[in-house]
Design a binder for this molecule. Sequence first.
Ligand code: IVH
Length: 779
Amino acid sequence: MALPPVDQLTEDQARAELDRLATEIAGHDALYFTEDAPQISDADYDALKRRALAIEAWFPSLSGTGTPSQTVGAPVSTQFAEVRHGVPMLSLDNAFDEGEVTDFVARIRRFLKLPAAEPVAFVAEPKIDGLSASLRYEHGVLVVGATRGDGRTGEDVTANLRTLKDIPQRLKGTGWPDVVEVRGEVYAPGDAFAAFNAEAEAAGRRTYANPRNFAAGSLRQKDPAITAQRPLRFFAYAWGETSAPFAETQHEAMTRLAAWGFVVNDRSRQVEDVAGLMDVYRGLERDRARLGYDIDGVVYKVDRLDWQARLGFVARSPRWAIAHKFPAEQATTVLEGIDIQVGRTGSHTPVARLHPVTVGGVVVRNATLHNADEIARKDVRIGDTVTLQRAGDVIPQIVGVVDADRPDRGPAYVFPLTCVCPLKTALVKETNASGEESVVRRCTGELACPFQRIEHLKHFVSRRAFDIEGLGEKQIISFVERGWIREPADIFRLARDAEKLDILRTEDGYGETSVANLVAGITARRTISLDRFIYGLGIRDIGEQTSLVLARAFGSWTAFETACVAASTGLPGDDWVALADTPGVSARVLTVLAEAPPRATDPWPDAPIDMKISHAFPGLTSPARRALAALADDWTGLARLASIARNEGPSPALGLIAGLSGVGPVAARALALFFRETHNRAMVDALVTELDRIEDAEKPKSDTPVAGKTVVFTGALERFTRDEAKARAESLGARVSGSVSKKTDYLVAGPGAGSKMADAVKHGVTVLTEDEWLALIGT
Ligand code: IVH
């Protein structure tokens, strides 16, 4: 039996039907959820739910607690029905600068053969960054709402669209055509989106990357009741099929849509020429951050609809409109504050706290300000409107201040002189060996500094280090604040501490399962691989890759620790570091100096300094001789340099670590410095005691055909993935590099190999196909 359309029901009929539906739906929910024995198909369930929601949408007074729109029930089938658009939903051509806008206008004038004196009016509208939807009204009643889909066919999301307060169920006023498809953008306001994400994050539910994804995800919910709870809005800006014309200009059409109950954008303007278009563009670009919703450009449309009709379409976009896009990946927003972030190693990095804004599709709340010098150079002040950009892919940065000339601007930012922790340790500016000050300000409190301690522990439990499940930033902060954990070993102690675990259960409201999971997460890591162990220690300059190299080179924790302890007593003196850091003084120069026979008195008293150098240290290049001459102007000076090179250099143990390919002197020195400190050794010892086992690393093989060779993989590999290829090559003792040089032994090239192939030819590197490589390694 066909049901009467919802809009033809009396309120009493509607109430009765809704009651029936609610009971029926609740029954099916119970069967589906609690008994796992559904009796109807998803599609039938879907239909019941849709009908109920339509009734509730039409009779809002009937809607309340317990009615289907307020109950989050069973998931409905994922598939939405298809809807063929009466008129295709097209896209827009883009313009990126004023020149392209000028061309757009000139093209239109030419096409319409307009005399020079005839002006062309345009409407310039914000380009809303959401997703477009088409709403079909028949006799003023919303019958179908659809997504754009591929432009010809979209998805039927009528029930979901009905839940938007900006979408009228029935058109207001008069004069609407019998059939009209109203089109526009579904979007989520920035604040509402941020609030949703914050709540979802706190509750451990999924969050969305940006308002557009959020809007799309919310609109395509299987259950319209969920869409109803999402803060979606709708701007009308276009139309599709209409049974009769309803306006003569775009501007007039917008006025009509507004009269029928739609929200049209109040920043749209009518203008007469390119200068006018550019004015709107600049104005919107300036105010973009304050609109409350994301826009990614301005759409220019020829105002006269008869001209739009004459201009028509090219391929998939109209000739009469264009989207003038804002430059990619930049945005402006207000700098709300400057926070100082204390890194694991005590570095104090200023971080801009921003009014949330989407940059290149991602909501940005923070951006790096790098260091104190950078803030001073850009003269960034709290309250400024700043331009933001996402450098590369990751950390957003502040490009500059937009409104530095405003009269009520705040004072210049003063960088703190002491650590931002309660201990207020003085910050130091480090100097490098040549005495240059580093721009980084660092707290020297190390593990005494609560911020550094938290960063250390966060690093320790992080995914690439110990990867302890159930122990995130929130827990670490809370455990550190209570004094439960100070160092990594304490984490393992906590897992055995019945008293503390009980507090988690009783006072912190941890369920039995959460406590069990936390304990299991910690216990699982009492066995750890050597490379993760090294990386987890969080030693400065020892990243993941270096940890892996070290683990492979030493094989076992004992061998590694012995080497580091030996290296820790063999650190070079400051004079040696300064000498080694002098331009022109290479490792070879240091060796020549160290190996020259020591002579107390000058054998060539009458010779000039450069002659003395040539005689005393034969075999040096002339840049090296000049470098030494600049450091010493007499025999005593030269003798001192030779003594520094001979006596103050790094110990052989340190040299051994520094000499490992992929490690180098900086990382070796960092290891030596770390192991020199008794408190670090104590921390490591305590941790080792808590662990069951540090697994030995596989030592690189030395008896394979590719052991010790350097290999580069390039092109679209077909026989194995790049990760697989790398892992296999490394397990056979080969080194895998990303670029081809004369040190490369093999280039393994899949189809489409490009510049690396050319480099290989240039350097005479052997090029192998994937099969030849497999044959070589014997697979
Ligand atoms: S007019 C035939 N106006 O931009 C032209 N589109 O790249 C129909 N959009 O799919 C579109 N704001 O999702 C138009 N004021 C506006 C717009 C707008 C955002 C989106 C829309 C469309 C895309 C085209």
